[in-house]
Design a protein around this ligand. Sequence first.
Ligand code: MN
Ligand code: MN
Length: 459
Amino acid sequence: MEKQLSYKRKSVYEQIGPEELDRAFAYAEEYKTFLDASKTEREAVKQAVRLARENGFVPFHFGDKLQAGGRYYYDNRGKNFFAFVVGTEPMECGVRITAAHIDSPRLDLKPNPLYEESHLAYLKTHYYGGIRKYQWPTVPLALHGTVVLRDGTSVEVCIGEDEKDPLFYITDLLPHLGRADDAKPLGTAIPAEKLNLLVGSIPVADEDADDKCKENVLRILNEKYGMTEEDFLSAELCAVPAEKARDVGLDRSMVGGYGHDDRVCAYPALRALFECAENSRHTLMCILADKEEIGSDGVTGMQCDLLVDLLDELARYGNLSGAALRERSCCISSDVAAVLDPNFPDAFEKRNATLLAYGVTMNKYTGAGGKSGTNDASAEYVGWVRRAMASENVIWQLAELGKTDVGGGGTVAKFIARHNISTVDMGVGVLSMHSPYELIAKVDLWEAHKAFCAFNRFE
Ligand code: MN
Ligand code: MN
């Protein structure tokens, strides 16, 4: 009787056999390769375009004639990516959308970053997204990004990823002299303006130069990239952790890496689209958004009308209005969930927290303080997704971010739902979210892939 009436979450390990576990582990290897090559949204889009082309997708331009079975991608300014498959059923059936984001918390360089202090050269940073600032000093950092030179040439920068490359570094105070800092609250011990990258300590041999170490750094940048100090003005350079993704734990059950949030959902969303593209009845779309970590604003963020513009093209192809198409479309906003951390039990409500390796997590709502600022999916839509998950034996759990009133967060869900598209959050659980090195369980990643496939194929 109890067995029939009660609901209890079970771990993935209790429910899949050794063969499927092997597949989950093999999938994680492919994901690690993607993650290492995608440390910024620009790099993630490059990978997405490459993978899309390999899977028969062609670039879409507004006005192009669409056809059933067609596979298209739209590269928005190299930072935001859409791929879609036109299904064989009428457009009246709507579009199945999976949306993840590919930007992650990091340290961007300021517009005038380079300076010298006490014969050391530094680059000033402005943090991007929600970070705990104390986590970033003494972490090996790499510099990624794009510099647009005075003449308009774009130069790609990537220093610190090759074993032979130099790294960048933010110093911290030695414990011997850290008593005053030790007594400060975590959030104030390392203020933002201390997050300065040490980039050089050799002075130029120029008697007249004021800041000789800074001059030397400029000399090197000029030799390597043809840039001058003024070119920092039109640059997007980001300091990101230089570590590669690695297995974690004696049983190798987890993956540590920078930027799981949200590439750990972007990757399976993309792979699921490829897997379901062949002879798809439904029209499918995968969105990889930028700027989620800072509010989804701007032309490459989810608040841009580009999604509506692309859906309008599909509506036109199907001879119906954009409003009618959106009304019948639905979306999984695939973003990461916070895993219950036994080291910090006070932050979680264990009955409603994501458990590691208990499958992909659905968040019916996110937000903060009494569900404010969230898309709260309807029981009907959650019920439909539930049936979709059951149709392919997806192992999933429904959870909240943390204890009520402890904090909060958001995703792109509300920016898609605002277009009258039913949306719910579903993604992989992460430990140490937004830290320089986050942790996920391989089986949760695998269940996310299964979930997005089930969503793409259901009914
Ligand atoms: Mn996220
Ligand atoms: Mn995030």
